[in-house]
Design a protein around this ligand. Structure first.
Ligand SMILES: Cc1ncc(COP(=O)(O)O)c(C=O)c1O
Length: 380
C-alpha cells in the first residue's frame, strides 16, 4: 500500500532496538528494573475508582458524550481552576474536555497549522509536539533548545513566524520548572504575536514537591491555551481524560474539530475526574494525593543523590517523576551498559538533538526497586 508522505516523514522510532532487547531479556527471565516508561506504578486513589463504578450506573453513561464534555463536568473544572490558580473561566466558552492531554495537543494543531508553516517545539520535548503538531500537518518543526545554563528554558524569540509555540512546564523529560519571569515573557510574546498560538502543556502541574506549586499560564495571559491531564494526578493514564482551558477563540474551533474525530471521553470517566477535582480543599490536593507526591519526592531525592555519587550532572527539581542527568557526550553506551546491569533508562536523544548525552529516569517503580537500580548503576 502506498502510504501518505506526511506519515512517511515521521522519524523512525529510535528505540525500537532497545525495546526489542529489553523485551527479549524480560522474556528470558532477566530481572530488569524499568525506569524507562513514565507510567505510574502506584494505583489510582480508591475514591477515583469508586466514583467510576458509581457513574457506570448513570442512566446516560452509555450514550455518546459531547465533544466539548459534560456541562456539569466543565462547571467543576471551572471551580477547580478558580480555587487552584485564581483564574475565572467560562465553562461554556473556555473549557473543552479531552480524551487525555495528548489527544488535545495533537488535534489542536489541525485548527492552526497550514502545510509549509512552522511550529516551535522545545528540544528536548515530548515527541507529540513535533510529530503530531508539525510533521503530520505537513509543517516544519522549529526546535528551541532548552539551555541547561538557563534552567532548561528556551529562547522564545526563535518562535517568531511560527504558528504554534509549544511549552511544557513542569517539563518532560527534564523535570524543570519555569520561573514567573518566564511566564511573563511568554505572556508578552502572546500579546505581541496574535498569529502564534501559545500552548502550555500543564500535564505535570499537580506533580510538584517541597512546597513548590506550578502556576497556570492563564494567570499571566488569557491569549493562550493550556492542556491539563489527570493521568499523573490520579495515576490514571489508562482511563484517558483531561481538558483544555483558555481563549474562547481557540477552544471553540478545537471543540468543532473534535466533532469530526471523536465523541468525547466516556461520561463515567469524565465524572470521576470531576468528583476527584472536587476533593481538593481550595488549592490543596486530597490527602491521598499528597501521600503519593511524598512517595515520588522520596524516590526523586534517592535518585538525585545516587546519580550525583556516580558523577552524573543531575537536574535537582521540585516537579515531575522524571530525573534528567547528563552522562557524557553520548548517552547510548551508558544506556547499553545499564541494561547489562538490568536497569532500563531512556536515552535523551530520543526527545531531540539537545537531549544527546542525557538519560531520563522515570521514577515509576517501588522505592526498594529504585534503590536496587541505583546500586546497580553504581556498579557501572
Ligand atoms: C509532557 C506530556 N504531555 C502530555 C502527556 C499525555 O497526557 P495524557 O495522558 O493526558 O494524554 C504526557 C504523558 O506522558 C506528557 O509527558
Amino acid at each position: 500500500m502506498k502510504l501518505a508522505d506526511r506519515y512517511l516523514k515521521l522519524p523512525p522510532y529510535l528505540f525500537a532496538g532497545l525495546e526489542q532487547k529489553t523485551a527479549a531479556m524480560k522474556a528470558a527471565g532477566v530481572d530488569l528494573i524499568d525506569l524507562g516508561i513514565g507510567d505510574p506504578d502506584l494505583p489510582p486513589p480508591a475514591f477515583f475508582v469508586a466514583s467510576m463504578h458509581r457513574h457506570l450506573d448513570d442512566a446516560d453513561t452509555h450514550l455518546y458524550p459531547t465533544s466539548q464534555g459534560d456541562p456539569a463536568v466543565r462547571r467543576v473544572i471551572a471551580e477547580w481552576f478558580k480555587n487552584r490558580f485564581g483564574v475565572t473561566l467560562d465553562p461554556d466558552r473556555e473549557i473543552c474536555v479531552l480524551i487525555g492531554a495528548k489527544e488535545g495537543l495533537a488535534n489542536f494543531s489541525r485548527i492552526i497549522v497550514n502545510p509549509g508553516e512552522k511550529v516551535a517545539v522545545p528540544d528536548p520535548a515530548y515527541p507529540v509536539y513535533a510529530q503530531a503538531g508539525a510533521i503530520l500537518n505537513d509543517a516544519e518543526p522549529v526546535r528551541l533548545p532548552l539551555d541547561p545554563e538557563k534552567g532548561f528554558i528556551p529562547d522564545i524569540s526563535a518562535a517568531e513566524g511560527c504558528r504554534i509555540l509549544y511549552l511544557n512546564y513542569p517539563n518532560n523529560p527534564t523535570g524543570a520548572t519555569a520561573p514567573d519571569e518566564f511566564f511573563d515573557e511568554v505572556a508578552a510574546f502572546a500579546e505581541n504575536h496574535p498569529d502564534t498560538a501559545v500552548v502550555q502543556d500543564a500535564a505535570y502541574s499537580e506533580m510538584t514537591f517541597g512546597g513548590y506549586r506550578s502556576p497556570s499560564l492563564l494567570q499571566f495571559t488569557r491569549k493562550a491555551i493550556e492542556f491539563h491531564s489527570i493521568s499523573k494526578l490520579f495515576n490514571a493514564t489508562g482511563f484517558r481524560v483531561g481538558f483544555a482551558v483558555g481563549s474562547a477563540s481557540l477552544i471553540k474551533p478545537l471543540t468543532a474539530l473534535k466533532t469530526q474525530f471523536d465523541s468525547g471521553a466516556p461520561l463515567f470517566i469524565q465524572r470521576a475526574m470531576a468528583d476527584g477535582l472536587t476533593r481538593y480543599d481550595g488549592a490543596t490536593p486530597p490527602p491521598k494525593i499528597i501521600q503519593n507526591l511524598r512517595e515520588y519526592e522520596k524516590r526523586r531525592l534517592l535518585v538525585e543523590d545516587g546519580l550525583e555519587w556516580l558523577g552524573w550532572d543531575v537536574l535537582k527539581s521540585k516537579a515531575t517523576f522524571f530525573v534528567w542527568a547528563k552522562v557524557g557526550d553520548d548517552e547510548l553506551p551508558v544506556v547499553n551498559a545499564a541494561i547489562g546491569k538490568g536497569v532500563v533508562l531512556t536515552p535523551g536523544s530520543g526527545f531531540g538533538k539537545s537531549g544527546t548525552g542525557y538519560v531520563r529516569l522515570a521514577l515509576c517503580q517501588p522505592y526498594d526497586r529504585i534503590e536496587e537500580a541505583v546500586e546497580r548503576l553504581k556498579g557501572l
